[in-house]
Design a protein around this ligand. Structure first.
Ligand code: NAD
Length: 476
């Protein structure tokens, strides 16, 4: 990458940090004004952004984009507006006895960190740029955003719009490919939020570590579905189909594979098929059904299916209208269910991130629990069923970033719940008060009383009997 691009990024960061420092202390009204402008940007340009996403994907329903990227993000902005005064309140904390009686005070103030870097992926390009932005603003920060190069038009439009609604000292969008992304992640931000793959997340954390920049990593993984023994199979099948078909499975939280009781496998597979047939009677020219984002991802997904087939999986293509996909370049791919899967298949090794659904069976739910525990901690975990004991067994014996019970994905849409992964599926979280705190510095402030506490406590040299007494007292 040309050195002048790197210099340009450094200059942007310096401009924001200088403005941030000199404007302090900023009133909460300045934070609210920025969130309101971000909301206005989305409201006034939602249609144009949805059109851009449609072109970037090859096909992506503008209605779907309106729900996932525009309306949902505006809703989150409003939630931040409503809560930021409460979140920003200093908190009184306890001091050890008898310091309180002597007039000592302790409090935590949630202060802005400074400039937050936001690195976003292509699958929900607006939402995953603007949601962190809303909360970075709520906490009083400035922000620089680097959206994905895969959604070129959307990223260019966000760059243009942000420049129209914000001063570059408040917020700026930087576009470019992996080299720009690497230079971006090497900047000495006050915090860096990355949403993307686990492999890139590792590189981002390495780059950030050189400057000791704290990171929030929102990564991916294989989110399992547990179908309990008494689950309502028809309902579960439809919900799993919706979660797997939306955005053609290109959702970090999409159900990756399904674990079902042995005797229910046929019924569960049929229920997912029925769900697809009902919601998507056709696929090829159906605007509601998204394309796979790029040729590379399309080939990767075809490769997962071919590999599974060669290694003995049964492949069921859910193609409701029996359409011919070979003669198109739409990158539309029907949901492909894989049965009899084994761990040596790539589909059971890497995050699928597309319309492919492996099915595994268990005799006893413990097998499914053990399987999940033997693999990377997933981002999401789903349990279907009304058996409380079974549900609690699954929840208390597994670990995942979040959980939705009796559906998939939905926990991410609860503004007040923290959203994030664990280990390989992510570090840190945002949404909820947790997100505000993630982008804030919890500053401890202790006020010493007038009385000489050090002397009273025996900590003041020369050490002697008072010190010994104090130490004994503390260890009692
Ligand atoms: P990606 O990791 O390829 O790219 C994400 C971003 O990283 C892009 O902006 C890209 O330009 C940038 N990037 C690329 N190379 C880089 C480098 N060397 N250094 C720094 N940045 C670099 O991810 P993607 O393909 O755009 O998105 C799909 C992945 O994202 C999936 O794994 C999915 O699970 C995950 N995801 C996670 C969440 C979540 O909230 N946890 C949400 C959406 C997607």
């Amino acid at each position: 990458m040309a050195d002048d691009r790197k210099t340009e990024l450094e200059a942007m960061l310096l401009q924001q940090r200088t403005a941030f420092t000199s404007a302090r202390p900023e009133p909460l009204s300045a934070r609210k004004d920025r969130i309101q402008r971000a909301i206005a940007l989305l409201k006034e340009n939602g249609d144009a952004l949805c059109r851009a996403m449609n072109v970037d994907f090859g096909n992506r329903s503008p209605m779907q984009s309106m729900i996932t990227d525009i309306a949902g993000t505006i809703g989150f902005g409003k939630y931040c507006l409503k809560n930021l005064s409460k979140w920003s309140q200093p908190e009184k904390r306890k001091v050890q006895f008898p310091l309180g009686l002597l007039g000592a005070k302790a409090e935590v103030r949630y202060e802005p960190k400074g400039v937050i870097g936001i690195l976003a992926p292509w699958n929900f390009p607006v939402n995953l740029s603007f949601n962190p932005l809303m909360q970075a603003f709520a906490a009083g920060n400035r922000a620089m955003i680097k959206p994905s190069e895969f959604t070129e038009r959307t990223s260019a439009l966000m760059e243009e719009l942000v420049a129209r609604y914000f001063d570059p000292a408040e917020c700026v969008v930087v576009t470019g490919g992996p080299e720009v992304a690497h230079a971006f992640s090497s900047l000495p931000f006050d915090h860096l939020v990355f949403t993307g793959s686990t492999a890139t997340g590792r590189k981002v954390m390495e780059a950030a570590a050189r400057n000791l920049v704290p990171v929030t990593l929102e990564l991916g993984g294989k989110s399992p579905v547990f179908l309990g023994r008494n689950a309502d199979i028809a309902k579960a099948g439809e919900r799993i189909a919706l979660g797997k078909m939306m955005n053609a499975g290109q959702i970090c939280l999409a159900p990756d594979y399904m674990y079902v009781p042995e005797e229910t496998e046929d019924g569960a597979v049929a229920a997912v098929q029925l769900g697809v047939h009902t919601m998507y009677p056709t696929l090829r020219d159906n605007e509601d059904y998204a394309s796979v984002v790029s040729d590379r991802h399309f080939e990767r997904l075809q490769g997962l299916v071919a590999d599974a087939k060669a290694k003995g999986a049964e492949v069921i293509e859910v193609n409701p209208a029996g359409e011919d996909f070979s003669a198109t370049n739409t990158r539309k791919m029907p949901l492909t269910i894989l049965r009899n899967v084994t761990d040596d298949m790539k589909a059971m090794q890497e995050e699928i991130f597309g319309p492919v659904l492996p099915v595994k069976t268990y005799k006893h739910i413990d097998e499914a629990i053990d399987y999940v525990n033997a693999h990377d901690r997933p981002l999401g975990l789903y349990y279907f069923g009304d058996d409380e004991a079974e549900r609690e067994k699954v929840l208390t014996r597994t670990i995942s970033g979040g959980v939705t019970v009796n559906d998939v994905i939905f926990h991410v849409s609860m503004d007040d719940l923290p959203f994030g992964g664990v280990g390989p599926s992510g570090i840190g979280s945002y949404h909820g008060v947790e997100g505000f705190r993630e982008f804030s510095h919890a500053r401890s402030i202790y006020t010493q009383p007038k009385i000489d506490i050090a002397k009273l406590g025996g900590f003041k040299p020369p050490y002697g009997a008072a010190t010994e007494k104090a130490v004994k007292g503390m260890m009692k």
